[in-house]
Design a protein around this ligand. Sequence first.
Ligand SMILES: *Cc1c(COP(=O)(O)O)cnc(C)c1O
Length: 380
Amino acid sequence: MAQIRIPLSSPDITEADIEAVVSVLRTTQLSLGPKMEAFEHALAAYVGATHAVAVNSGTSGLHLCVRSLGIGEGDEVIVPSFTFIAAANVIRMERATPVFVDIDPITLNLDPTKVEAAITSRTRALMIVHTFGRPAEMTQLLAIAKRHNLRVIEDACEAIGAEYHEQKAGLLGDTGVFAFYPNKQMTTGEGGMIVTGNGELAATARSLRNQGRRRTGDWLEHAELGFNYRLSEMNCALGLQQLRRIESMLARRAEVASWYDQRLRKNASLVLPALDMADCRISWFVYVVLLAPQFSREDRDAIVRQLGSEGIACGRYFAPIHLQPAYRNAAVPVNSLEVTEFAGERCIALPFFNRIAPAEVEEVCARLEAAILQRLARLR
Ligand SMILES: *Cc1c(COP(=O)(O)O)cnc(C)c1O
């Protein structure tokens, strides 16, 4: 593998961010302190949530949502397969069953017209993912949830700041989760945040993240079986700093997306993500293009390999969950997952981060187009 010159993603860390983290280390409170409280308050204010609970990863947050909603053995939860594996794993961690439903070919989000066919008497919830920061079809999905008395968990791990009909992603269902891994729009190194309007759910999640302790109880009194999903003060200090810049970071990412769009728009071998969605605000997590239908998975893999050998890192977002070794014998996909598999074979995530330079975007596009032409020559 050649040395990577243009990475797939890169965190945006300033000297002020570094100073904020270091200054925590000069105190004696490194966990469960004022930074966590401040970070929770700031994030709740940003999205307009009544409750926010910081956790040590997006996965932990989703897990606590499943547990706090009382979902367990014998229950089914509807989830897309074209997403990050954690969304389905947390369902299995509670011995419930993920039921995969296909996606819309344009938005790559859960296809609402295919959800109802997958609902059974065991279905308890919808795990709705705002894939790549593009809001899912919430009006239709929430109507289905209401009709069948299902809870709604929003996996907003890729969608901080995204809006659906002027409401922030994460607040549209019973509970939502954001994630702050270094490749996300904002980072805490590792980290996540649960948001909800349900005080009881927030209290349960708060307790479960800290070994099942109740706030009023003695430190060694554990009311229920919990976890250590706490987020340290250093992480929270970084999160506070990043959150201050979230709007400028999201604006910058939208700008980078528009550079790619402008440069690649005329290429008939590519299907680009729409720059706008009606009544929505996209929070750009990654920039993912699809190869046109005449290309195969082998073509895609060869193109990604070629770019890698030229020092450009591309991703294959997403590899469908139901095709992963850990899932082949475990899950019960009800519907066909045709669109999921089609997209999974042809998707390419291009280098995408706040500080990518226009010249780097130009180089990525030029080399991508050259690699596509090579494959086209073989197809003919
Ligand atoms: C990033 C992400 C998560 C959570 O990831 P962590 O690494 O645990 O923070 C969950 N779901 C989706 C769709 C994600 O992209």
